[in-house]
Design a protein around this ligand. Structure first.
Ligand code: ZN
Length: 222
């Protein structure tokens, strides 16, 4: 294990977790955040039941992606660790995962309605509608299975009657995805209350997604 890189990953997870609570994507101790250290099978994840404002790097849990076992840390890992590991195992392009309970997106998850990519930034970060994964009890392996299936190659998914999962090349991108999904859910709800929202065409959504993943991605690697 490259300790310097893992320490960097811990800093990134801590920052994203603090931003998650400060931007209102979760309340109290709900939600969870993880990142995979690049070129390793090491996953850093937030602990279970700790207030985010008091969270420190030392409280984060280090998990072996292959075995699911905790390899470093003194706190109990998030109860949704199996969900995070399932996403990393299914998607080798994903190095950050965030799970939130943000209000409008969760409302769509309760109505079992996907969030259409009405607005360009949602089309960019998700690559299509934010689909709804089948319901499963929290913390079970079934949650991970359902999320992976509904997520496919996209950037976000809703968990039925539960919340949101956003993924990215980094944990800060996963945070951004969760913020945009919540904003997209709000815009969709408001737009439906005003009139009948006009959908972007599939071709436009594809173009927006490709520009986001290629052009923006190249900028980030420089
Ligand atoms: Zn949850």
């Amino acid at each position: 294990m490259n300790n310097i890189r893992v320490e960097q990953t811990k800093s990134e997870v801590l920052h994203a977790a603090k931003q998650m609570i400060r931007t209102g994507l979760v309340a109290a101790v709900w939600g969870n955040v993880s990142a995979r250290t690049p070129c390793t099978d090491v996953v850093v994840i937030t602990p279970s039941g700790v207030e985010y404002e008091t969270l420190t790097k030392e409280m984060l849990c280090i998990i072996d992606l292959n075995t699911g076992e905790m390899i470093d840390g003194t706190y109990k890992p998030s109860s949704e660790t199996p969900l995070h590991l399932a996403v990393y195992r299914a998607r080798d392009d994903v190095f950050g995962v965030m799970h939130t309970h943000s209000t409008y997106a969760s409302a769509f998850s309760c109505a079992r309605q996907e969030i259409p990519p009405l607005i360009e930034d949602l089309a960019q970060v998700c690559g299509g509608p934010v689909a709804v994964a089948d319901y499963a009890l929290p913390g079970t392996d079934e949650v991970g299975h359902n999320v992976v299936e509904a997520l496919g190659t996209k950037g976000a998914v809703l968990m039925a009657n539960h919340g949101v999962v956003g993924v990215g090349k980094t944990v800060s991108e996963a945070l951004r995805v969760c913020q945009i999904v919540e904003k997209g859910a709000q815009i969709c709800a408001i737009s439906k209350s005003i009139g009948e929202p006009v959908l972007l065409s599939d071709a436009d959504v594809t173009w927006l997604r490709e520009k986001y993943t290629t052009v923006y991605g190249q900028q980030k690697t420089k």
